[in-house]
Design a protein around this ligand. Sequence first.
Ligand SMILES: [Zn+2]
Ligand SMILES: [Zn+2]
Length: 124
Amino acid sequence: MLAHKIGSLLFCPTCGTLLDSPKDNENHVTCEQCTHEEPSSSYDGIEVITRSHPDAFPSALRQKRKTQTKLHEEGDKGTLVSEKCPECGHMEAYSKDKQLRSADEGTTVFYTCAACNHGWRVNN
Ligand SMILES: [Zn+2]
Ligand SMILES: [Zn+2]
């Protein structure tokens, strides 16, 4: 005979006493009133629901942040300029300047071919 389940609580099937949650290393719960032994597996569904809550929320947030970063990168190709692609010979490419931290190293220009999407860079 298995316990009566009401919401998230389990009640002893022989005397109706509210049963405690099982300890981590126990495979059954003993009724305080009549010593009925309820298998811990009766709590499985209840425990899964309780445990999944703290993890579900932060992972949803992380997923959202990842999507936003990806969208930003895709929409930031640069300016369309006349530049010959070394890969396919197309005469249009997107250029993007990037100032390096040290002034001595000058500016690196990143190009992305408008035709074949090949990427290369030129140091000024
Ligand atoms: Zn009982
Ligand atoms: Zn190309």
